[in-house]
Design a protein around this ligand. Sequence first.
Ligand code: SAM
Length: 245
Amino acid sequence: MTTKNTSGRGQRELRVKVKTARGRKLSSTRWLERQLNDPYVAAARRDGYRGRAAYKLLELDDKYRFLVPGARVVDLGCAPGGWLQVAVARVNALGEKQGKRVGTVLGVDLQEVEPLAGAEAHVLDFLEEGAEEQVKVWLGGPADVVMSDMAAASSGHKQTDHLRIMALCEAAAYFAFDVLEEGGTFVAKVLAGGAEGELQQLLKKNFKKVANVKPPASRSDSSEKYVVAQGFRGRSSSDASDEPV
Ligand SMILES: C[S@@+](CC[C@H](N)C(=O)[O-])C[C@H]1O[C@@H](n2cnc3c(N)ncnc32)[C@H](O)[C@@H]1O
């Protein structure tokens, strides 16, 4: 591994260069190099977050302010738990902010999540038959925020990945229509690629405001972005009977 000054202006911005080692694939070398040079990876280590994804939620919430003390949050696709950490702190799930309302944070993922104080996390395939009913049982009432950072492992085929993530996003949206309190917020990761139009229409019918955002922490070479839908209109106007997008 070598370091090199890449700024060309005499500033101390050192870029780590990783040599291809015998037995390591070029793609792994590139991944390692990207990790070592990613300021968000370094910041997550410094700030004690479980992953760089935490900064995407921090940036979205700094802009749209949906994680308020007292909020009841559901985090779909929560492993390893960066978003859970952010939500626990911002909704005051541990009651550390004196005089502020205490919120709750519930997460589910295909993978086990290391226990986190203030959050309840369960292993669950959200696309499985009966999954939504199970989450509703754990939730035990309405939610103020439903957020999904769910993403299936990349297939290497852009259109397939796009359709998979849109299916996850659509399932999360219908779940949100079912559990959100009026005025609630839905946040979800989408991948650019063609099927977002119908989802946008569905969200616009059900929420007062729908924004499409690429937070600075989202890698510029990724086609991921987030929808932030706020002001849920309530179940009477919810279009759950619409054909799936
Ligand atoms: C990008 S990661 C989420 C990172 C998380 N927001 C954080 O801050 O740690 C995407 C997650 O979605 C989960 N996932 C993908 N498909 C899922 C499904 N059908 N049900 C539940 N979780 C799923 C994956 O297991 C993975 O942990």
